[in-house]
Structures are given as C-alpha cells and as structure tokens.
Design a protein around this ligand. Structure first.
Ligand code: ZN
Length: 421
C-alpha cells in the first residue's frame, strides 16, 4: 500500500491574524507545519479510500500580548465529539490526576457539600480521584462516544462544550462549584472570553479554577513541535495568561511547573480580591523574561530547530530502510500524527504503529494511513527500529518494552535531538 501525501505548502506569505487572547490583529506567523488531517481522527479500514478534510497547521506570535496560538482554527465540533484519547490508558497520567485531586482537596479543604466541576473530563479519571474524597463531582465533555465509558461508580456528566452559554444549565442542575478543573483542556478553547464568562458564572464565591496545560517554555526547550495540532489552539506561557485573566476580573494566585508530559504549567485562578498571588507567580514570570518568551526572535529560532529535526530524522529513517531495516513506531498519540505528517512518513517507511489503547487498535493514522496494532506485535513480528512517537512517556514505555529491547530491538527518540537507544 502506498500513500500520496500532500505538499506542505510552506513558503507562502501570510497577513498578520487576529489574537484569540487580546483580540488585537498583530499575530505573526513563525511556524508552518503544512496542511494536515485532524490528529485524533483515526480511520477505519473502510474510510481509507475517502478524502480526508485537511486544514493549515500554522503557529503565530501576538506582538500585542505575547500569546502563541494557531493562526487558523477548525470548528471544535469537528474535533471533540468523537474522541479517542482516554486518560486512564496511561498509568503515569492516572497517578498524576489522582495526585492533583488530593492537592486541590487539601488546599481548598473541600468536604461532602462541595462541588468540583471538571471541564474536559474525558473518561472521568480525575473525577474518580476526587470521589475518593467524598466531594460531589460533575464532568463536562463534548465527546459523545466517551459518555458511556463511566468508571464503575459512575459520575454526573454534562455532554457539551463549556462556556457562557452552557454554564447556567450546569449551575441550575448542580449548583456553583468550589473548584473547577481543566487539565489539558484550556489550550483547546478558541472563544476565551466566552469560556471565562462561563467560569465566572459557575464558580462559587471564593472558588478556585485550576488549569493544567502544556507549557510553552518546555515546548521550546524540547523542540516539541509535535505538541502543535489543531486541537491545541493555544500554547500558553504565564505572562499572556495572566494578562488574559486580569482583563476579565480574575488573577493568578499561584503557578507551578510540573514534570508530567515532559513539562506542564499548573495555574490557580481566583476572582480579583478573593486571594493574594504568592511568590511563585513572579518567579515564573521572571524565568520567562530570562528565556526570551516575550521576544519574537525566540520563535524564529524554534522554527529553525524544528526544521533541523525534520531533516535529520528523515535522513536517519531513510538510511536505515535503505539498509534493509524494518521500521515501526510506538504510540499513536495525536502528537505523533503531527510528526508523521510533517515528515511525510507513510506505511512505505513505517510498517505499523503499536498503541495500548483498544480504541485505536485496528484503525489507521489520519493523513498518513499507517495501521495501529497492539503492543504485542513488537514481539510477534519484531521490527529493528521503533520510532517513539509517545516520547513524553519514554520511561514508562522503555520499561514495558524491556523484552523487545533485550532481543535487540532499538528505539529512536525524535526530540529534542534524534537519538537511538
Ligand atoms: Zn494578543
């Protein structure tokens, strides 16, 4: 089977675009990853012959407020109503989310009368963590296909997008929340003013909004260009996020860097006047200044380093294949599809991908059409080299695959530098 991949269309000139955070018109493009299929739209065999929708995947920097964002957006319903990413599929992530629930309950002293709302609740892993503490919980998520994936205990769920238009229905049914959480959801929000108005409507007086999101500083350090896909409308640093919340009557009272997913930012947000920022906020803002986060040139450099990875990894894989090696990949996260599409890798080079999620096994990668199989395939039909697409779970995967490595199998880690382990 061969796949025809589209031209990446790089090199064209673009006009400055609209900023979703400050509403200005000074967003300048710095990274063009081509025109790609939606990264979570894995295909069934019968879909392979059909044309897939493709959308430009380009990133820009706002010269007014410093926010890094996609310059082209896709209607959210296209991406989130049939969703294949499941939090509980990763042991590392599950432990992290349970720990977050312990931290929020401890800091806010939550009890049985308190409500926690989790926006983008996915399969309810974080809410299950909260339920261990006896608090009331509601999950909000637009993914219709995940609504049936309850934990054995079950939890209340609002199926839809969160915002100013849906918050009143949530409050009407369950009341106002002592804590609202959004893990890996805030970067998905194209209508930031509407979302924050919804937070204001749904949060009880004195309540806390807790965000965890991939952190721009870590993304740049790791040259993690594959964090860029259409779902991620925003790439947050603390500075632009603080400006956004202050514009809407909130302030950030605490900020923490976390190691999960190779670097995230956890931010605690309250209404202005309900809590005082602690020293962590200024400390992280000072680090961002030092690392050039407010400077456009930083992003031009990042785009150059991304291009270098593309050249080196493409060359490495083509050389190995020419010498007769069999190549596969590990992990079918959305980010893997950015990498596969940007490098234009198809099944002629990467024979198959293995992934632990049963929702993805038996399907094909969007855009590049590589089959996804269970991890047992690595021992049943061992390839010589495996590209680690889920490189943010490197330690977990390498230890799970000790037997494959003992038999001589090698892993190729794509970022921040191409390395063979
Ligand atoms: Zn802006």
């Amino acid at each position: 089977m061969s796949t025809t991949l589209p031209s990446n269309g790089a090199g064209a000139k673009y006009e400055p675009s609209h900023c979703i955070a400050c509403q200005g018109n000074s967003v300048e493009l710095f990274l063009d990853l081509g025109c790609t299929a939606l990264a979570n739209k894995f295909l069934a065999r019968e879909d392979l012959a059909r044309a897939e929708p493709r959308f430009p995947l380009r990133v820009g920097f706002c010269h007014d407020c410093g926010h890094v964002q996609l310059t082209d957006t896709v209607p959210p319903a296209e991406m989130f109503e049939d969703y294949l990413y499941v939090s509980s599929a990763s042991a590392t992530l599950k432990a992290h989310l349970y720990d977050l629930s312990d931290t929020v309950v401890g800091r806010l002293q939550l009890g049985p009368s308190d409500l926690v709302v989790d926006i983008g609740c996915n399969d309810g892993t974080l809410l299950t963590g909260f339920q261990r503490h006896g608090v009331r919980t509601v999950g909000v998520d637009p993914a219709v296909n995940l609504a049936g994936l309850h934990t054995p205990a079950g939890f209340d769920r609002f199926t839809g997008f969160f915002g100013a238009d849906t918050a009143p229905a949530i409050v009407g049914r369950w009341g106002r929340a002592s804590a609202i959480t959004a893990t890996n959801t805030f970067p998905h929000i194209p209508d930031l003013p509407g979302f924050i108005k919804g937070i204001d409507a749904a949060l009880a007086p004195g309540g806390m909004f807790v965000i965890e999101a991939h952190y721009l500083v870590d993304l740049l350090d790791q040259i993690a260009f594959d964090t860029v896909y259409h779902e991620h409308v925003s790439y947050w640093a603390l500075g632009p996020m603080r400006r956004l919340f202050e514009r809407w009557g909130f302030h950030i009272v605490r900020a923490e860097r976390l190691p999960i997913h190779h670097g995230q930012l956890r931010v605690w947000v309250q209404r202005r006047g309900e809590g005082a920022p602690d020293e962590t906020v200024d400390a992280i803002l000072a680090e961002e200044e030092e690392q050039g986060i407010p400077d456009f040139e930083t992003y031009v450099q990042f785009a150059r380093r991304t291009e270098t990875i593309r050249e080196r990894l493409t060359q490495t894989l083509r050389d190995l294949r020419r010498n007769g090696a069999r190549l596969a990949a590990y992990g079918a996260p959305a980010k893997g599809n950015t990498l596969l599409e940007y490098l234009r890798l198809g099944p002629d080079l990467i024979e198959f991908i293995v992934d632990r999620s049963p929702l993805k096994q038996g399907r094909y990668t969007p855009g590049t059409h590589i089959p996804v199989m269970p991890p047992s395939r690595l021992l049943d039909s061992p390839p010589d080299y495996v590209v680690l697409l889920a490189w943010n779970f490197q330690d977990e995967i390498l230890s799970q695959q000790a037997e494959f490595r003992r038999r001589g199998g090698r892993f190729i880690v794509p970022v921040p530098h191409v390395a063979i382990l």
